[in-house]
Design a binder for this molecule. Structure first.
Ligand code: PHE
Length: 461
């Protein structure tokens, strides 16, 4: 394809509503669903977490998803330019959101690269019996605690592959690149994942795992941190307030049923997330069964350790483990890839619109910068340390701040709530009532400010 500029007039569009929905689901369903959600839910009250989670989904998740869609669809540009079209100074908010997304992409790519390596290892279970020693020592080569800058080829190579693949998808553009990837990967991902969950549920001990996961710890509901965890999880998981859904919606045709699509996306995302929680804990139940212990006694139930240490250990034990492992890491790659290209599309389109560049030029430049950063940070032995810090900042503080500024600015300062509501209703069959403005203008910001203040206080003390 030509290196046509990222046009704001005669903008390229998704080829169909289904294409848009699949792409938006692709962005939403990612590593956040597979390895972030189960751990967060488990640590934040188990079954009781469903209450803050549902509250977050209904009071902030879906309303802000609609807001992102309304802005992108109405102002037809990636986040910075879309906000600029509302009021010039708001462009800064767009860049802040794009910066957050960019930061996430840098470490997200590292996890996809690990998944690629582990996909290969799964074929002959080459991680051996001591999967922790393998991950940290042999694979990541985290040696002594000193920060080292030696590039580890085993990580650098899949990272380069990831970035080249991302670059190609973005350079091909919205319909021929990103939409095609999602149309292929998303159905495949759902089928593969359902297969994994069914297998997990038929393992001995599965029920104990589920019991552990769903047993509610009601006391958790009184803990503000649990509520913050629920809101951050919803934002991260739905890819909202990152400027990414603004950008995706800007490529949607003018006649498009935006709110109904939003409901489909939100429902698909949460279902997938719940399914992941069930699958992961059923598998952990099996592991506890094998070791004749309790699920709660197991270590490494969350984060990267869950996928890259605990899961390989379970796979070793499982009849037919190889297939399970291959499908599991393939799912991680597909889920991660369809999310990271949404971020890069957002960044590339923003840069392209700002500097009048073509698709190919912006794709190459943005991916190159990202690639250098993520290779520099994550294929050296100091990667794991960086991951945690970055995740803390971007996901707990950065994104909540972004959502507050965005909703307050639009509803109270620029007073665009009603206009955007009418815009959504003009194109959609699911009509948005005044309740929407109450949620994004009042309920959401109040909750979020309380949480942010509490978070900052706890970080300082
Ligand atoms: N929603 C993705 C996930 O759950 C991550 C993501 C965040 C994608 C922000 C785009 C923007 O993994």
């Amino acid at each position: 394809p030509s290196n046509a500029p990222v046009a704001t007039e005669n903008r390229e569009t998704w080829t169909s509503n289904t294409g848009f929905i699949l792409a938006a689901v692709g962005s939403a369903v990612g590593l956040g669903n597979i390895w972030r959600f189960p751990g967060v839910a488990y640590e934040s009250g188990g079954g009781a977490f469903m209450i803050p989670y549902l509250c977050a989904l209904l009071t902030a998740g879906i309303p802000i998803l609609f807001l992102d869609y309304a802005i992108g669809h109405r102002y037809r540009a990636a986040a910075p330019l879309a906000y600029r079209r509302i009021r010039k100074p708001a462009e800064a908010l767009g860049w802040f959101q794009i910066l957050l997304s960019f930061v996430i992409a840098v470490y997200y790519a590292a996890v996809i690269a690990w998944a690629m390596s582990y996909f290969v290892f799964a074929f002959d279970l080459s991680w051996g019996q001591d999967t922790l020693a393998f991950f940290v020592g042999d694979y990541l080569q985290v040696g002594d605690p000193e920060i080292s800058t030696t590039i580890v080829p085993g990580i650098a190579i899949p990272l380069v592959i990831t970035w080249v693949a991302v670059l190609i998808a973005i350079a091909l553009g919205v319909a021929k690149g990103v939409e095609k990837v999602n149309v292929l990967f998303i159905p495949l991902l759902f089928v593969a994942f359902i297969g994994l969950v069914i297998r997990a549920l038929t393992l001995p001990g599965a029920l104990d795992g589920l019991t552990e996961f769903f047993t509610p710890d009601w006391a958790a509901l009184g803990d503000l941190d649990v509520w913050i965890a629920a809101y951050s999880q919803i934002f991260f998981s739905l890819s909202i307030a990152f400027g990414i859904m603004v950008t995706y919606a800007s490529f949607q045709r003018r006649k498009a049923n935006m709110t109904s699509s939003g409901l489909v996306v939100a429902f698909a995302n949460s279902s997938f997330e719940l399914l992941a929680g069930i699958g992961v804990f059923a598998t952990l139940g099996f592991m506890a069964h094998q070791q004749s212990t309790q699920v709660s006694e197991l270590e490494g139930l969350t984060g990267p350790i869950l996928s890259f240490v605990t899961f390989p250990a379970v796979i070793n034990e499982m009849p037919g483990g190889t297939i399970f492992g291959v499908v599991f890491f393939a799912s991680l790659i597909m889920a991660g890839f369809t999310s990271i290209i949404s971020i890069l599309l957002g960044v590339a389109a923003s840069v392209g619109e700002k500097f009048g560049l073509g698709w190919r030029t912006s794709a190459v430049s943005v991916s190159a910068v990202c690639a250098v950063l993520s290779i520099g940070l994550f294929s050296t032995t100091s990667g794991l340390i960086a991951l945690d810090t970055v995740d803390q900042f971007a996901n707990n503080v950065g994104i909540v701040l972004s959502a507050i500024v965005m909703t307050v600015l639009l509803v109270w300062v620029y007073r665009r709530g009603e206009l955007l509501r009418q815009h959504l209703n003009a194109v959609s069959t699911f009509k948005v009532g005044k309740w929407w403005i109450v949620l994004i203008g009042f309920v959401g910001p109040v909750f979020l400010v309380i949480m942010l203040v509490q978070k900052l206080v706890s970080l300082v003390s």
